[in-house]
Design a protein around this ligand. Structure first.
Ligand code: BGC
Length: 452
């Protein structure tokens, strides 16, 4: 017997601003780092941009109607900081903020709870010009921006997220340079990681100040975790590499946020690039949050490999496993294990799966506009079952958000990777729910009692 989903468990979909909105400069918005990045030759697959994307900025009402039709109980989206504060700080652009106020109102009228992410990677370019995440002023800029959003929306938004996946911002943006702003420096990545966590902490403090601890609404942090597993014949070097990889990707952010310390292994990972942050500064990163969000896609089986950087651990493709279009192994068991690990290591907080999904090749829509995506249905079914397993093992699960509502701009990979439950024809902007969307609607209607 599976454990039923608790009353109030939220079923949702997630998106992010730059990936779906389009109209990046509309209504007085400032330029974002991503608006710049996509215009830098060679950075994004096929030179694609978020200029139109899913045109959600202009089709928001219809999109919320579609969410309602699917029966979503919650919707996780992000605010584009550059719409609210075109220069990153100072002057508020009421029209930009107004878009999110209308979105929230529309969602509430449709009976859908908003979960708002304050930062999902798109940053005002004006702040990048002042050092962006490298700047010691960033935590204050973030807290000021956050406070503006709280004041405008907290009367209607029950769930807030400070940052989406700080590891990806530091690793993709500053270590490997594959995401905006495209830098490649271990020295920078180490500093950025710290500034991100300081911003998270200051954002939480700002939230408590604005809401005066009313306890009505909640704030948390969203991280991506990818368990590092070993092959059966692992050597001591493999084991060591896996420990470093786990510290770098999985504990670098949650440890300071929840335990007030960085994992010791980071000294070895970063070497001379690791700054000796004052202990009091690191302890201050631990601000009480109300929940943690997990973005889970895959695990990695790793071996020691000196060519891998910054951690000498390289993923090994698993023969016989299903892999998504991203090359990621489908491994639902690791979702259950990760949730239980978070529950045990980080103090039994309420947990949400804030993203979970898969890019697969979707056959072109054929007879009657149907799009059958059996692999995505299988992915959803097995991962939702994994959430149930985690609950049975003690994790305090509060909700599940599929990534993503729509096919969208998969950052530097452009539009080629389709994660949507709803297919988007980027020529016509027609939305077509795939079989996975219909499947998910049935799961929601049965409150998870029917997964088959
Ligand atoms: C991000 C999304 C992204 C997804 C698939 C997550 O890392 O939060 O923005 O599209 O994974 O790669």
């Amino acid at each position: 017997m599976r454990q039923p989903f608790p009353p109030g468990f939220l079923w949702g979909c997630a998106t992010s601003a730059y990936q779906i909105e389009g109209s990046p400069l509309a209504d007085g918005a400032g330029v974002s780092n991503w608006h710049r990045f996509v215009r830098t030759p060679g950075r994004v697959h096929g030179g694609e941009t978020g200029d139109v994307a899913c045109d959600h900025y202009r089709r928001m009402k219809d999109d919320v109607a579609l969410m309602r039709e699917l029966g979503l109980k919650a919707y996780r989206f992000s605010i584009a900081w550059n719409r609210v504060l075109p220069d990153g700080r100072g002057r508020v652009n009421a029209a930009g903020l107004g878009f999110y106020e209308r979105l929230v109102d529309e969602l509430l009228a449709a009976g859908i709870q908003p979960m708002v992410t304050l930062h999902h990677w798109d940053l005002p370019a004006a702040l990048d010009d002042r050092g962006g995440w490298l700047s010691p002023d960033m935590p204050d800029w973030f807290a000021d921006y956050a406070q503006i959003c709280f004041k405008a929306l907290d009367d209607r938004v029950p769930l807030w997220v400070t940052l989406n996946e700080p590891w990806v911002v530091a690793d993709g943006g500053f270590m490997h340079g594959v995401l905006a702003p495209g830098h490649k420096s271990a020295f920078e990545a180490a500093i950025v990681a710290h500034r991100l966590m300081q911003s998270h902490a200051k954002g939480v403090q700002a939230y408590r100040a604005v809401t005066r601890n009313s306890g009505r609404h909640k704030i948390g942090l969203v991280v991506n975790i990818e368990p590092k597993h070993l092959p059966p014949d692992a050597s001591e070097a493999d084991r060591h590499a896996a420990r470093l990889a786990d510290a770098y990707m999985n504990r670098q952010y949650l440890d300071p946020a929840r335990l007030g310390s960085y994992p010791d292994e980071l000294r070895e990972v970063f070497g001379e690039a690791w700054p000796d942050w004052p202990a009091a500064e690191v302890e201050a990163l631990q601000q009480p949050v109300d929940f943690l969000g997990l973005n889970y896609y895959t695990r990695a089986v790793v071996r020691h490999d000196v060519k891998a950087w910054p951690v000498p651990a390289a993923p090994q493709r698993q023969p016989g496993a299903i892999h998504t279009e991203m090359g990621w192994e489908v491994h639902p068991q690791s979702l259950a294990d990760t949730l239980v690990w978070m529950h045990e290591r980080y103090g039994g907080l309420p947990l949400y799966v804030t993203e979970n999904g898969a890019a697969f090749y979707d056959p072109p829509s054929s007879i009657g506009g149907r799009i059958d995506d059996p692999l995505r249905v299988h992915y959803l079914r097995s991962h939702i079952a994994a959430v149930q397993d985690a609950m049975a093992r003690g994790a305090d699960m509060r909700g599940y958000f599929a990534w993503s509502l729509f096919d969208n701009l998969e950052w530097a990979l452009g539009f080629a990777k389709r994660f949507g439950l709803v297919h988007v024809d980027f020529q016509t902007q027609q939305r077509t729910p795939k079989a996975s969307a219909r499947y998910y609607a049935r799961v929601i209607a049965s409150h998870g009692a029917q997964l088959d």
